[in-house]
Design a protein. Structure first.
Length: 384
């Protein structure tokens, strides 16, 4: 597909996003590397201190030029909307078979609370996570930093309109699945030397409140830096008290030389992070399940990958393919991650075109139909 390429001001782009389900295409081609894919996402997350120009977007022709459908993009096809309390659906949903077979037979386990407190079947089924019968569609970045993703380039209000347009694109094409929008915030940023800079609590809380009122999710990402995975997780756990908050770890940034040396974590560290999550939720009475998202685009980023578990109470591990490049490389990265059947929930990250010097992006950006055709279809789709 050939597309026109021209920049839009934020407000106009937001309106187009709602009207036509705007889809951005990039304009750079990167060479492939041997399997496993090794294209780094580093260059597209340059220092937050650098306020580069906003991304350019190209909008392909779309047959759908009407308003967003009457059904919200974050509602289930069965009619049970993802409520503002951020817990799930009000009726029994379609279950993701590989992971939720036991729930289909016995009903969901209510993590973090006494199951007897969920007095009816409908109340218990309301605790099923959104990812059980929906895709999660997230915009990624750091608020206030134009160089670190789309989330830092627009206000929450403008982002919401653009995100709704993208959610409609996926909701129109993913069959019986619904779509739940999400803000994916870089909460802990890795600086040179491996130090970590954190978002202000007030900023995080503002995004959480904005999303919660819409029934959306917030994912807080920690880049780890020179510290241990345990340290990173300990900073993230308190945010789980908010019903719509989930957490993420990015092994690429487990390094003292960001954008120069790609970091790594071990299977034992991922398992320990899940164990800490599960125990914290139980001890704090936090209702789950909650997602823990882990990124990978090189084999070395997760050592002993086959030893990673995905069966901790209250934790849904989402294994996400990161990295930018042309479609062949993107699909190869995802295929490599898909081989890790021990982590059945998969995510996929895409990179919008950027004018930031030295930053990478996808060329061309895969269309929603191409993303949905990945095997297995990703439960989480992230746009940076």
């Amino acid at each position: 597909m050939r597309s026109l390429r021209f920049p839009f001001p934020p407000v106009l782009l937001a309106l187009i996003g709602v009207a036509s389900g705007a889809l951005a295409l990039g304009a750079s081609t990167l060479s492939e590397k041997p399997e496993p894919p090794a294209q780094s996402a580093s260059a597209s997350a340059a220092s937050a201190a650098s306020q580069g120009p906003a991304s350019s977007y190209a909008l392909p022709a779309s047959e759908d030029s009407g308003a967003v459908a009457a059904k919200p993009p974050f509602a289930s096809a069965g009619g049970g909307a993802f409520g503002p309390e951020g817990l799930g659906f009000s009726r029994k949903p379609r279950i993701y078979p590989a992971l939720f077979e036991s729930m289909l037979q016995d009903g969901p386990k209510v993590y973090g609370v006494d199951e007897s407190s969920a007095k009816s079947d409908s109340e218990r089924w309301a605790l099923i996570p959104a990812i059980a019968n929906n895709q999660v569609l997230a915009f990624y970045g750091k608020p206030g930093s134009k160089s670190m993703g789309i989330l830092g380039q627009y206000s929450k209000e403008d982002l919401a309109r653009i995100l709704e347009g993208y959610a409609k694109l996926y909701d129109d094409q993913n069959g019986d699945e619904g779509v739940v929008p999400a803000f994916y915030l870089i909460y802990g940023t890795c600086w040179p030397g491996g130090e970590i800079g954190y978002l202000k609590d007030s900023v995080v809380e503002d995004y959480i409140d904005f999303a919660q009122k819409r029934g959306w999710l917030v994912i807080l990402d920690h880049q780890i830096g020179k510290y241990s995975v345990e340290d990173a997780v300990s900073r993230l756990l308190p945010w789980l008290k908010y019903p719509n908050v989930h957490i993420a770890l990015d092994p690429e940034w487990r390094t003292e030389s960001p954008m120069k040396v790609i970091g790594a974590v071990t299977a034992d560290e991922i398992n320990a992070a899940q164990q800490s999550m599960s125990e914290y939720m139980g001890q704090s009475g936090i209702v789950g399940p909650k997602m823990l998202i882990v990124h990978q685009f090189q084999a070395k980023m997760i050592s002993d990958r086959d030893k990673v578990r995905a069966d901790y109470d209250g934790v849904l591990l989402v294994h996400t393919a990161d990295g930018f490049g042309p479609p062949a490389l993107k699909k190869s990265t995802y295929s490599y991650n898909a081989k890790a059947a021990n982590m059945p929930l998969k995510g996929f990250k895409l990179f919008f075109k950027t004018d930031l010097e030295g930053a990478g992006y996808d060329e061309p950006l895969l269309l929603p139909a191409e993303v949905l055709a990945l095997d297995p279809p990703p439960r989480l789709v992230i746009y940076q």
